[in-house]
Design a protein around this ligand. Structure first.
Ligand code: NAD
Length: 486
């Protein structure tokens, strides 16, 4: 079988040591790789590349489409942007996959039975970085969830479950509050789950779901989540499994994938042959499966499990009475190499034979191209910056000012402050800030179509009245169904 080209970056701090250890094990296990090396991280940042990666390195990534990356150090001070974010966004790595496994009793954990895979959406949600200061008192962050983006990640989670013979996929969302954005994610989850009748599908509101995950992780299998919840909970899951030092992750795009440890460059441990290479090594196992070398992945992973249960541990895993030997980075890698061909006896061996590229081929496309629904403009929310020197009891005053702008087929329906209706019929006890939403609908009633020109003339009336419009949001119906929050 021919070699597979991959791009490797050795990174900063402990990066070069754990990468050398990882590549040594892969080579001895018979991985069929042609390695292209690129430079990323501190040196590249300090040479003037603000994202920590040189322009020519992108060529290698686009050529090999597989990136094994050691952790890097982001230099202190301003002007440097996150390399991970740049790589993720530029290459469209929409899925972050993090297996979180406990190795009881060989690695200390409160959860002896835990084998959870977190699948985190990686491109959308509040992470688009679209933020604005709108008034003196208020900042805004836009949360964007798209149907194709949700379809891609949810389908990925179910395909992952199918490929790795997982029994259940759980969705975490907060759609009791975010009925539109998280509601869409949840609906897509329910739709796609129907294509996988052999995999159990369930969902939890993220708050109680997280509590259950932290308490009884043995009840979870694969969990799929929008970006923000996934960011938080993938760290929680790795930590309660035993150690963030033991987890690897993959970032999957439609064309390119990146594999890494979840920890950072641990500069204080660098250059001392102390660091645990396991996180990066387990990232490289995900890579071997991805490039269809499941035989090598299985041999290397089982040798690693055997090393762990034989008690050969780096300092971070070492525990008197449990461990048999405290070793350095290099010696740990040698111990794994010495066990190639062996399987663990107490921990469950891995079996990747079913996880070939063929079985992962989905019959369904990742996302569907649908006929857009009929969209109708039915109103507008006009947001105002208005401050009367008090946090209480001013809504009625604003109400009369805005009510006076009714006309030309539009009328004020209500005014809200941070989502709470304050006019008409508000209470003087409600706390209000300088950020107001005035909802206008057709004279004939909510749901009746209006024109853009009516909104334009309404905005002119706001301007003439000396009211400071900070933005508008159009209200639309889609096939007659309301597309905005009440
Ligand atoms: P860190 O993950 O580097 O270290 C946290 C703690 O865990 C430290 O006590 C460290 O000694 C220990 N640790 C981490 N990995 C270990 C390993 N393999 N073996 C043994 N012990 C290990 O996090 P930090 O200290 O917050 O960050 C250090 C640098 O890493 C920063 O510059 C940060 O920006 C960067 N970082 C990079 C990545 C990445 O490249 N993906 C991720 C996180 C942090």
């Amino acid at each position: 079988m021919s070699n597979v080209p991959i791009t490797v970056a050795h990174g900063d701090g402990i990066g070069p040591e754990i990468m050398a250890a990882t590549l040594h094990i892969l080579k001895e296990a018979g991985a069929r790789l042609d390695i292209e090396t690129i430079e990323i991280g501190e040196k590249v940042y300090l040479a003037g590349n603000s994202a920590g990666i040189a322009p020519e390195s992108w060529d290698s990534l686009r050529r090999t489409k597989v990136f094994l990356k050691a952790p890097i150090t982001t230099p202190q001070g301003g002007g440097f942007s996150s390399l991970n974010v740049a790589v993720r966004k530029t290459l469209g790595l929409y899925a972050n996959v993090r297996p979180c496994v406990s190795y009881h009793p060989f690695v200390e954990t409160k959860h002896p039975v835990m084998d959870v895979v977190i699948v985190r959406e990686n491109e959308e949600d509040t992470y688009a970085g679209i933020e604005y200061r709108q008034t003196d008192q208020v900042e805004e962050c836009l949360k964007l969830i798209s149907r194709p983006g949700s379809e891609k990640i949810v389908r990925y989670a179910f395909e992952y479950a199918k490929k790795f013979d997982r029994k259940k996929v759980t969705c975490f969302i907060k759609d009791n509050i975010m009925k539109r954005t998280d509601g869409l994610f949840h609906r897509v989850f329910d739709e796609i789950a129907k294509d996988y009748p052999n995999i159990e599908a369930d969902h939890w509101i993220v708050d109680i779901g997280s509590a259950k995950l932290a308490d009884t992780p043995e009840n979870f299998d694969v969990i799929v989540m929008p970006n923000l919840y996934g960011d938080v909970l993938s760290d929680v899951a790795a930590q309660i499994a035993g150690s963030v030092g033991l987890a690897g992750s993959s970032n999957i795009g439609e064309k390119i994938a990146m594999f890494e440890a979840i920890h950072g460059s641990a500069p204080r441990r660098a250059g001392q042959n102390l660091a645990n290479p396991s996180g990066l090594f387990l990232g490289s196992i995900l890579m071997l499966v991805h490039i269809n070398q499941p035989d090598v992945a299985e041999a290397a992973h089982n040798a690693w499990l055997r090393t762990i249960e034989d008690g050969v541990h780096t300092y971070d895993m070492y525990k008197e009475g449990v461990s048999s030997e405290k070793v350095g980075t290099k010696e740990f890698a040698e111990a794994v190499v010495a066990r190639l061909g062996q399987k663990p006896e107490k921990l469950k061996p891995v079996n990747y034979s079913a996880a070939s590229a063929e079985s992962s081929a989905s019959e369904k496309p990742a996302y569907t191209i649908r006929e857009p629904k009929k969209k109708e403009l039915v109103g507008v929310d006009v947001f105002l910056d208005w401050w009367k020197g008090s946090f209480y009891g001013v809504a009625d005053e604003l109400g009369s000012l805005v009510e006076a702008l009714n006309g030309d087929g539009l009328k004020l329906m209500n005014i809200a402050n941070r989502g709470v209706k304050v006019y008409p019929g508000g209470l003087p006890d409600t706390f209000t800030v300088d950020h107001w939403r005035c909802r206008f609908v057709a004279d004939a009633g909510e749901g009746t179509a209006i024109s853009h020109s009516k909104i334009n003339s309404l905005l002119e009336r706001f301007d003439s009245a000396g009211l400071d419009v900070i933005k508008t949001e159009n209200l639309y119906n889609f096939d007659g169904v309301k597309g905005y929050s009440a």
